[in-house]
Design a protein around this ligand. Structure first.
Ligand SMILES: [Ca+2]
Ligand SMILES: [Ca+2]
Ligand SMILES: [Ca+2]
Length: 162
């Protein structure tokens, strides 16, 4: 897995995994749309447009699955440009893109610690029943900024007032 994410049944003793979906260039289409001036930036410097285009692009780094209500979601963090892709993978053969969130600051200075959260490395989903505030959470660790982000995952059917 380099630039895209794939879904398929888990390997079993009797069989081998088979690919049922691959996101192709969708991550790069989405990040290019969100950050046309910072597409395929690196994670330790700003104004680095396209610097990762020849080397893994956004670099999907970790993936986590979370069940909320009757839906199953996949969260995929992008180590270079930053942020997290959210897909509804309740139908593994037809994942639905939900949103892309990135709390990096492209106007800040990574060396001064003013560029937000850089280089998401690991993800941890906390289900509502295990969450201290009763809402599902996604915890994201960042390798370059040395920071943690905690996102509350709101139900799409009942968005929070905030
Ligand atoms: Ca990596
Ligand atoms: Ca890693
Ligand atoms: Ca890394």
């Amino acid at each position: 897995m380099r630039r895209s994410t794939s879904t398929g049944p888990a390997p079993s003793r009797s069989g081998t995994p088979s690919l049922v979906y691959d996101s192709g260039e969708e991550f790069e289409q989405i990040t290019a749309g969100a950050y046309p001036d910072d597409f395929n930036s690196d994670n330790d410097e700003n104004d680095s447009y396209e610097s990762r285009s020849d080397a893994k692009g956004p670099e999907p780094e970790d993936a986590e699955i979370g069940v909320i209500g009757d839906r199953t979601y996949a969260f995929i963090c992008l180590e270079r440009i930053g942020g997290v892709m959210v897909y509804d993978v309740s139908d593994p053969a037809a994942p639905e893109f939900i949103e892309y969130v990135n709390n990096r600051d492209f106007d800040g200075d990574p060396d001064l610690g003013t560029a937000g959260n850089l280089a998401p490395e690991g993800l941890c989903f906390v289900s509502a029943e295990d969450s201290p505030n009763g809402m599902p959470l996604l915890i994201v660790s960042h390798e370059v900024s040395g920071t943690l982000s905690v996102y509350q995952v709101n139900d799409r059917a009942a968005p929070s007032a905030a």
